[in-house]
Design a protein around this ligand. Structure first.
Ligand SMILES: Nc1ncnc2c1ncn2[C@@H]1O[C@H](COP(=O)(O)OP(=O)(O)OP(=O)(O)O)[C@@H](O)[C@H]1O
Length: 590
């Protein structure tokens, strides 16, 4: 495993800059760029958005009708006292309200459908990309931060597209409709009301910038909190055993306070924006009422006209407010869009993995030889060579043990074999074929990997054994467990093969976990076995128990085994030490 420096363990690492950007992830997006970037997600959904907008416009039209009807009732019924003229406008009012309600409902359902579909698409794309990140890119983000980007940040992107687009389109068109209705009703009063409207727009733009800066810091802090919590939960026992609960609490607390400060900036800007808008609105209304009262007193306007105009303005101002709020919200959401884009822009293991999505594993050779031919490698954006022109030939069926000091590059070698990276120079050959010429799923179908800590998932024992194999029967699962010597302990579990395994297999002992992983490798039956410290952390007795099935598994396969354990080294055909970027053959007794 890549070593985690002591400094990192003891000090909180926060790479966030003052405005919430993370160095090394420089994807800064303006609102327009963010929309352009994610717009392809709307493919095939645009007509639904248009339909939703049309529905909302029908709703707007019905509100215009109801205001006009009310003005008519004031002038022709309430002022004149002619009750016989009341029925027709009332019927129109009721009909318009019913149509408006139905249209608004349809608009909400259509928008919701688009939103959910869009979220589904983005979540899927982001998660697949996250899972395929090159190891160095994954480490740079941190687990918790990636979780946060895959959950809350993804949702925020939606406000840029589906609901944002609908809300903006509806607000703009409604604004035009209400403004036209207001101008038709009484243009002088409408003009007085319109004079202050651009001020609202300027206020929204200004607050948008402030909120975006705060949102960036808030999102980045939220991601950092997720990372610290994920790390803390995973290391809870070690933290308590080392008496570091307080230290752990303090570092989460520090980040929580940063988050709170960023949230307070957002809250202050949001509240100030809302109040500024209200003040401007009140000024507009006062202007209209003063001017309207003067016109009525001088006989140039009727009461119904003034009521209709204030009615239209009553509908119009919320639209301006919505648009202004949208500018603020959507600008803030670009902070999340940036974080999602940063992951999507980060490098994956090898480019071919993305294209290999649906490629079924091709025919897998039953035996493979492995050659490292002058392989050199340095991690991207570093200049320290990990592997330097290494040469290795392993015949089909041989077991080669690789040892070497910490940081020598043993785990890196497994990354290269699995093609999370390609060598900078030289080639890795499987049966004489450069692995770069194979599609990644087929290449990986040739391999079983066993880690020091087996990758168990929540599910049942049987599901965990079957992980990585397709179309397997219960009999095959049991047979694999027999070969791994796992059946006795599995049978003792309540539920046997259907017993529950919790996240990371934490309800099984280290030896039991390793045997489930061995059973998994037996079942997968791949010709190349990669073992990365398979017995580290196991006591001597458990190592003895695991050793026999391990040797059995390796006996019919080509095996690369990273280990320092002398008992495990003893079963190897050859031992090689990786030191200073080169392989050094060790004497059999070493
Ligand atoms: N993601 C990464 N980005 C940059 N450098 C890395 C990365 N992962 C590992 N390294 C560096 O590459 C070198 C080899 O690391 P690697 O994890 O392969 O060593 P190792 O032999 O497996 O060590 P250990 O036995 O301690 O697990 C180390 O110097 C390490 O710091």
């Amino acid at each position: 495993m890549p070593s985690l420096g002591g400094w990192q363990m003891m000090h909180e690492v926060d790479e966030t800059t003052a405005d919430g950007q993370v160095p090394g992830h420089p994807t800064a997006l303006s609102l327009r760029m963010a929309i352009r970037r994610f717009r392809p997600l709307l493919t095939g959904l645009r007509w639904r958005l248009v339909a939703a907008i049309l529905c909302y416009l029908v709703h707007v039209a019905t509100t215009v009708v109801t205001v006009a009807v009310f003005a008519h009732i004031v002038d022709d019924v309430l002022i004149t006292g002619d009750l016989s003229a009341l029925l027709d406008p009332l019927l129109v009012w009721i009909a318009a309200s019913l149509i408006g309600a139905a249209a608004s409902y349809a608009g909400a359902v259509l928008t919701g459908g688009v939103t959910e579909k869009l979220l589904l698409r983005l979540r899927d794309r982001l998660y697949v990309h996250t899972q395929r990140l090159a190891p160095h890119a994954r480490h740079r983000f941190g687990t918790g931060d990636l979780v946060s980007r895959n959950t809350s940040d993804v949702e925020a992107v939606d406000s840029l597209l589906s609901s944002g687009v609908v809300t903006a389109a509806v607000a703009v068109v409604s604004l035009i409709v209400y403004a036209v209705a207001a101008f038709v009703t009484q243009w002088q009063l409408a003009l007085a009301a319109a004079i202050l409207a651009p001020l609202l727009w300027l206020i929204a733009r200004r607050f948008g910038v402030i909120v975006k800066r705060a949102s960036r810091r808030e999102r980045s802090s939220a991601g950092r909190i997720s990372s610290l919590v994920a790390e803390g939960v995973a290391n809870a026992f070690a933290i308590q055993a080392a008496g570091q609960l307080d230290w752990d609490r303090r570092r989460v607390g520090r980040q929580s306070r940063r988050w709170r400060d960023a949230r307070m900036s957002e809250i202050r800007a949001d509240a100030a924006f809302s109040e500024a808008v209200t003040v401007v609105e009140v000024l507009c209304m006062i202007a209209v009422i003063v001017l309207g009262a003067w016109q009525i007193s001088s006989g140039t306007a009727e009461l119904g006209t003034l009521i209709a105009l204030t009615g239209y303005l009553g509908y119009l101002y919320p639209q301006i407010q919505t648009l202004g709020g949208l500018v603020v919200d959507v600008t803030a959401a670009t902070a999340s869009a940036e974080r999602v884009a940063q992951v999507l822009d980060a490098p994956v293991g090898v480019a071919e993995t993305l294209d290999g999505d649906d490629v079924p594993p091709g025919p897998v050779a039953s035996a493979v030889s492995l050659t490292l031919d002058g392989v050199s490698f340095a991690y991207p954006q570093t200049d320290s060579t990990v592997l330097d022109d290494v040469q290795l030939d392993i015949d089909a069926g041989d077991l080669v043990a690789i040892t070497g000091p910490s940081g020598a590059g043993k785990s890196t070698l497994t990354y290269l074999l699995l093609r999370f990276y390609d060598p900078d120079a030289g080639a890795i050959l499987l049966n004489g074929n450069d692995i770069r010429t194979m599609d990644t799923p087929t290449l990986r179908a040739h391999m079983s990997v066993l880690h020091q800590r087996p990758a168990l998932m929540s599910g049942t024992i049987a599901e965990n054994i079957a992980f990585g194999s397709t179309d397997v029967t219960r009999e095959q699962i049991v047979a694999a467990a027999d070969l791994a010597g796992a059946t006795p302990f599995i049978r003792r579990l309540p539920g046997g093969f259907d017993a529950a395994v919790v996240e990371r297999g934490d309800n099984l002992s280290g030896g039991q976990q390793q045997r489930v992983a061995l059973a998994r490798a037996f079942l997968r039956d791949a010709p190349l076995l990669i073992l990365d410290e398979p017995t580290t952390g196991l006591d001597a007795e458990t190592v003895d128990e695991v050793l026999e099935p391990l040797a059995k598994l390796a006996s019919s396969r080509t095996t690369v085994m990273i280990t320092h354990d002398p008992r495990v080294l003893a079963i190897a055909d050859r031992r090689i030490e990786l030191r200073d970027g080169r392989f050094h053959t060790m004497a059999p007794s070493a």
